[in-house]
Design a protein around this ligand. Sequence first.
Ligand code: 5HY
Length: 244
Amino acid sequence: MKIKIINPNTTWSMTEKIGLCARQVAAPGTEIVAVSPAMGPASIESHCDEALSVPGILDEIRLGEADGVDGYVIACFGDPGLYAAREAARGPVIGIAEAAMHAASMIGSGFSVVTTLERTCGIAWHLAEAYGMRRFCRQVRACELNVLDLERPGSDAYRIIVQECRRAMHEDKVDSIVLGCAGMADLCHAIGRELGINVIDGVSVAVKMAESLVQLGLVTGKHGDLAYPLPKSYSGMLASFSRH
Ligand code: 5HY
């Protein structure tokens, strides 16, 4: 099977890191394709960034459908464009926040999210609410790191994230920590070993969930609001998205 991982930001060093983490957990026989769209924000740290990342996501879904992709992962903790992507795809589309929160809810009674900037905490709370995970989500914490600090050697990101995770352990009394950024995927195991607690990286969980759904022959339902979008013409810089 072929699983396509879409990092909606255009920072390829992060996309390669995400691809590596995904290949470490993918089953034998699963081909992982990790991409950044040709258009979009260098990092996603706001509602505007999220909104402007969606055309690139949909473009990669369109290319994936032509390429026979079986399942998709949206590798950004805001799960931007998740429902639009599901409309456009035949196979399952999994958001990393959705995957991580559900996994955390199955292995404990409470989790905390540790994310990058304070201003993105609201997005995580919205998703916890939308996914029915509000009763498991004890806290959403920020490290006040920019997303691209995770790509900058010498940014001390690891130490800062571990410190916030340790605070979550002691103050929130949780069973698991959900890492609130795809760019933290490679830090997951080291943090878990250092703190001795479940640390959940949504990229890995989403890959395993997409694989499982594909293996079960389950595809995105097309009888309701996720049916393929109707033929429509778009104008201006979106003209190439027109469907006939
Ligand atoms: C992410 N932004 O996973 C989110 C994290 C965040 O560019 N990749 C991004 O801070 O919302």
